[in-house]
Design a protein around this ligand. Structure first.
Ligand code: ATP
Length: 268
């Protein structure tokens, strides 16, 4: 997974020799849709094997940020670096090949195909010959429904099918856009358990999530977005979950920090 030009990060001696290049970095990204500018100078770093929570109210720009990272939206300016290599010009399939896996909001499964057919399609071309077992180990219910059409699965099962991509493509970083959206709490528990297993294998995760407390419980680092910009970034443990939940209701300007962080925190 070494396509692109190696780009040394600006100020990390560890990174200068390439040993600790982040799984994914967005550097000073500005992007939008047509004439509408949405992201303003967004910088995010996702270290290898880490969990990053990307939080903020509706319309803050979280989905847009993930789309830029995955190559689905070309930024007006800024750089996307995958595993230390400049991937800014790489098409989505190349970024997938380089280790970035996007689980989009709304699931993106083929409803008229069977579960088995969906799983087989989730195995990327460069892993042809591998089987669907890792997905079934992660989500045993899918193994019991292999012949059923995906559209006839429950909402939670459909989401598990969508998440199977992360278990079949051997990614370095998985971008998860509201994967718990609209699901019953017991199913959300199952989904988060599977994400913890995935993280335990060393895959980095970026969680865009309405269940703030669950995201912060798992996350090492958090980024708060407001109006297309990063309003705060720092250790997840420094954030006050209740205050962030209130921020979702529309008061995102106040940075809800409940304790002094142990590590460096960037306020912008
Ligand atoms: P939500 O939690 O509601 O999904 P978000 O933080 O993910 O919000 P985005 O979906 O990235 O936010 O949207 C950021 C802004 O970009 C919003 O003002 C939205 O209306 C706008 N936007 C998103 N997609 C498009 C599009 N395809 N065309 C034009 N504007 C868009």
């Amino acid at each position: 997974m070494t396509e692109g030009t190696h780009v040394p990060p600006p100020d990390s001696p560890q990174d200068r020799d390439g040993a600790a290049a982040a799984a994914l970095e967005l550097r000073s990204i500005s992007a939008g849709y047509g004439a509408s500018s949405v992201l303003h100078d967004v910088t995010i770093s996702v270290p290898r094997s880490s969990v990053v929570a990307l939080l903020g109210p509706n319309g803050a720009g979280k989905t847009t940020t993930l789309r830029v990272a995955a190559g689905l939206l070309k930024p007006a300016s800024g750089t996307v670096v995958i595993g230390g290599n400049d991937a800014s010009k790489a098409a989505p399939f190349r970024r997938a090949r380089q280790g970035v896996c996007l689980i989009p909001e709304g699931r993106g499964i083929f409803r008229s195909l069977t579960v088995r057919e969906n799983l087989e399609l989730l195995i990327p071309p460069w892993r042809k010959g591998s089987d669907i077992d890792p997905a079934i180990q992660a989500f045993p219910i899918l193994g019991e429904r292999l012949g059923q059409t995906a559209g006839s699965l429950s909402g939670g099962q459909q989401q598990q099918l969508a998440l199977a991509r992360a278990f079949l493509s051997a990614p370095d970083v998985v971008l998860l856009d509201e994967v718990s959206m609209g699901l019953a709490p017991v199913i959300v528990d199952q989904i988060f358990e599977s994400l913890k297993l995935l993280a335990a294998t060393g895959v980095a995760l970026v969680l865009v999530e309405q269940y703030v407390s669950r995201a912060l419980e798992m996350a090492d680092t958090a980024y708060l977005m407001a109006r297309g910009a990063i309003a705060w970034s720092g250790p997840a443990a420094a954030l006050d979950t209740d205050a962030i939940t209130r921020a979702y209701l529309g008061h995102a300007d106040e940075v809800p920090v409940h304790s002094e962080p142990k590590e460096k925190v960037t306020k912008r």
